[in-house]
Design a protein around this ligand. Structure first.
Ligand SMILES: *[C@@H]1O[C@H](CO)[C@@H](O)[C@H](O)[C@H]1NC(C)=O
Ligand SMILES: *[C@@H]1O[C@H](CO)[C@@H](O)[C@H](O)[C@H]1NC(C)=O
Ligand SMILES: *[C@@H]1O[C@H](CO)[C@@H](O)[C@H](O)[C@H]1NC(C)=O
Length: 427
């Protein structure tokens, strides 16, 4: 049966050729409209539901979020802490709550991009992290400041999987296994990252005692990773590296210096400590780029600063303060050109950053936000026997946990989660 044409008043009907043209154009026009409207709708709809200042990229997830911002009181209602003094992954000397230091006041990092203090980096979604990380492993390698970070991450994740247990294999110094989602997180202690060995001066009773007072050397093979992590590059899905405060003459004075080797031979001319640092970082990064599978997430976190006030660590330097530094004080505390006692973090970071240029590592700058936090070190609350402070000085280098390392975790966690979500079932 034929359909009847709708009757149209003759006077307004388009002429047959114009009609055909319109008919021909209608489909492409419709498609064009759809093509324009769909992305526009997608773009506009979340914005219209968002308060005006909240950014599209979550607060904390842009690289600039760590280098421009300030600490503000955690907005109310202050969420309950994820863990306290009884977390089973604590290291005693970072456990300030147990050691009697009054709890830090709840502060959050407010990146400038997120609206001038109104929006802060949210705490890690520990359950979401474990779910996204199902079957995966996260390895941290470096010195005790990466151990600080590892403890904060382990304790946060423990809040979402109380069945977690200690895990120390494959050279790990400290770690946890989270059975509910089959997730492993571990820290490998390798303070110089490269292999280093103590070689004492051979005493020969028939010879004169040595004139230079040398007791021996620390041989550093710049091209050989330390045993503690050399065979783990294929084991971990995420690697987080650091190195820093061991690259100084107070760890290795002239009686026991660092001597750098390559290809099994002493390097000629001999490298200074800063040159050695760059050589090691370059060759370790190249090793990881070569050895690790291409879908491994490679992060390098920068060194956090020390806050010794009134003297070096062995000259009664103190950080028993509740006061944060102001932005206009940072350079006078940390700028290497001013030669202060706390200059080493920025010095080391510059060398590390230079050495990593062109590597597969993403640098995560935790230094700037940490520079403000003179209030957040263990200071005199070391949890050791009486007299420890007189003997060893205050600890103005490591961080209380809970404390600033939680914010490092909050910055890193979304990057790790999004890596896992983008590399599902890829291995
Ligand atoms: C970290 O951020 C601060 C502040 O923007 C900057 O001065 C410093 O150079 C950065 N360091 C590294 C290693 O990226
Ligand atoms: C690393 O693996 C290699 C090759 O299997 C082995 O020869 C070496 O002994 C291992 N090193 C360590 C420190 O486990
Ligand atoms: C540290 O302070 C104590 C007590 O005031 C003093 O006896 C000692 O000499 C100081 N030590 C240094 C290295 O300045």
């Amino acid at each position: 049966m034929r359909r009847k044409r709708p009757a149209a008043p003759l006077s307004t009907a388009p002429s047959p050729p114009a009609m055909r043209l319109l008919l021909r154009l209608r489909l492409p026009l419709l498609l064009l409209l759809l093509f324009l409207a769909v992305p526009l709708l997608i773009l506009l709809s979340p914005l219209s539901r968002r308060p005006p200042h909240q950014p599209v990229v979550p607060c904390g997830a842009e690289p600039s979020d760590v280098t421009a911002g300030r600490w503000v009181p955690t907005p109310r209602p202050v969420p309950a802490p994820l863990y306290g003094a009884s977390c089973p992954f604590h290291r005693g000397s970072y456990n300030c709550l147990r050691n009697g230091r009054p709890a830090l006041s709840p502060l959050s990092w407010a990146p400038a991009r997120c609206g001038g203090g109104a929006v802060v980096v949210p705490r890690i979604d520990a359950a979401g992290f474990l779910a996204a990380a199902r079957g995966r492993r996260v390895g941290l390698v470096g010195d005790s400041l990466n151990e600080n970070l590892a403890v904060a991450l382990l304790c946060a994740l423990h809040s979402a999987d109380p069945a977690a247990r200690r895990w120390k294999r494959r050279g790990a110094w400290r770690g946890g296994y989270f059975p509910t989602h089959d997730v492993t997180v571990a820290f490998h202690r390798a303070v110089l990252l490269a292999k280093h060995t103590w070689e004492p001066v051979e005493e020969n009773s028939e010879e004169e005692p040595r004139q230079d007072g040398r007791k021996g050397i620390y041989r550093v093979d710049v091209d050989i990773p330390a045993d503690e992590w050399i065979n783990t590059t294929k084991f971990y899905d995420v690697l987080i590296f650091n190195t820093g405060h061991w690259w100084g003459t107070y760890k290795f004075p002239k009686e026991t210096p660092l001597i750098f080797y390559r290809g099994g031979k002493p390097m000629e001319p001999p490298l200074s400590i800063p040159e050695g640092l760059k050589a090691v970082v370059r060759s370790m990064a190249a090793y990881i780029d070569r050895e690790a599978p291409s879908n491994t997430l490679k992060l390098w976190r920068t060194q956090s600063p020390r806050h010794f006030h009134g003297g070096e660590w062995d000259h009664n330097g103190s950080c028993a303060t509740g006061r944060l530094l102001r932005e206009d004080e940072l350079d006078s505390w940390f700028d290497p050109r001013l030669g202060g006692v706390n200059r080493d973090a920025r010095t080391v970071n510059l060398a590390v950053e230079e050495a990593l240029a062109g590597s597969g590592f993403r640098v995560v700058n935790l230094t700037y936000m940490s520079e403000f936090r003179a209030d957040a070190h263990p200071a005199a609350w070391l949890g050791k026997e009486e007299g420890a402070v007189a003997l060893h000085g205050q600890d103005c280098m490591h961080w209380c946990v809970p404390g600033v390392p939680d914010t490092w975790v909050d910055i890193l966690a979304p990057q790790i989660i999004s890596h896992f979500l983008n590399h599902r079932g890829n291995d």
